[in-house]
Design a protein around this ligand. Structure first.
Ligand code: FPP
Length: 224
């Protein structure tokens, strides 16, 4: 059985779900947050140590301001209401991406990270204003500045996912088959599962099915 330490998820389909079920894209994001809660719980049940969630990409700034504001309000309220409980559950919150939001949200993100820094049951990497190409370029710039030798190990150390094992599984919901500038370096050997269901419809049983399937895959890493 394959060991499983890290699951990465592109939570796609909120907008379509919202339009179909509530005539509002934003209501889809709200419903998507319920799925986030369910999947966090199941990740802990499955004893998986790292969960990386793509919540906002560098490209998502192209969306209407109303939707962007709604998303960040949702995040703000989530942190305000849930961080104590996440902390009690020994969950560590780590933000990846460029943290250049409102002063209030930046402060809240920093506080949430600081509060949960030493927790060990599950690390959630929340990808916010994240773009993988930007992350890689930045890492290379820093390596160059420090005169570090360019090799795989060094590059991994300069990525925002440093100290995190690479994901063994990538799940993308919403019936779309692309990587959307997400963890391009870290996913080099990941098993990829594209799910037809929209993110708010994704359930624990779908997650468990993927995990079971993954555990049975013969992973060769180039060998035979
Ligand atoms: C992609 O669906 C989803 C997002 C850009 C936002 C993800 C946000 C959440 C799941 C809720 C908030 C999460 C936290 C942690 C507070 P889409 O809007 O691109 O869907 P579409 O493809 O149907 O338009």
């Amino acid at each position: 059985m394959n060991p499983l330490n890290h699951v990465a998820i592109i939570m796609d389909g909120n907008g379509r779900w919202g339009l179909k079920n509530k005539s509002s894209r934003n209501q889809g994001h709200k419903a998507g947050l319920n799925t986030v809660e369910k999947i966090i719980k199941e990740t802990i049940n499955q004893k998986i140590k790292y969960l990386t969630l793509y919540a906002f990409s560098t490209e998502n700034w192209k969306r209407p301001k109303k939707e962007i504001n709604y998303l960040f309000n949702l995040l703000e309220n989530f942190l305000l209401n849930r961080i104590e409980d996440l902390n009690k559950q020994n969950i560590k919150l780590n933000v990846i991406g460029a943290k250049n939001f409102s002063k209030k949200l930046n402060k809240l993100l920093n506080l949430s990270e600081k509060k949960t820094l030493k927790n060990t049951t599950l690390q959630i990497n929340l990808a916010l204003n994240y773009g993988s190409k930007f992350e890689i370029i930045n890492a290379l710039k820093k390596m160059n500045k420090n005169n570090d030798k360019i090799n795989e190990m060094n590059l991994s150390k300069y990525l925002q996912t440093k100290n995190t094992p690479d994901p063994e599984i990538l799940i993308r919901t919403g019936n779309t088959k692309r990587l959307s500038n997400f963890l391009l370096w870290q996913l080099a050997y990941a098993e990829i599962f594209f799910e037809k269901k929209l993110w708010p419809d994704f359930e624990e049983k779908d997650y468990i099915k993927i995990i079971k399937k993954f555990k049975r895959i013969k992973r060769n890493f180039g060998n035979i």
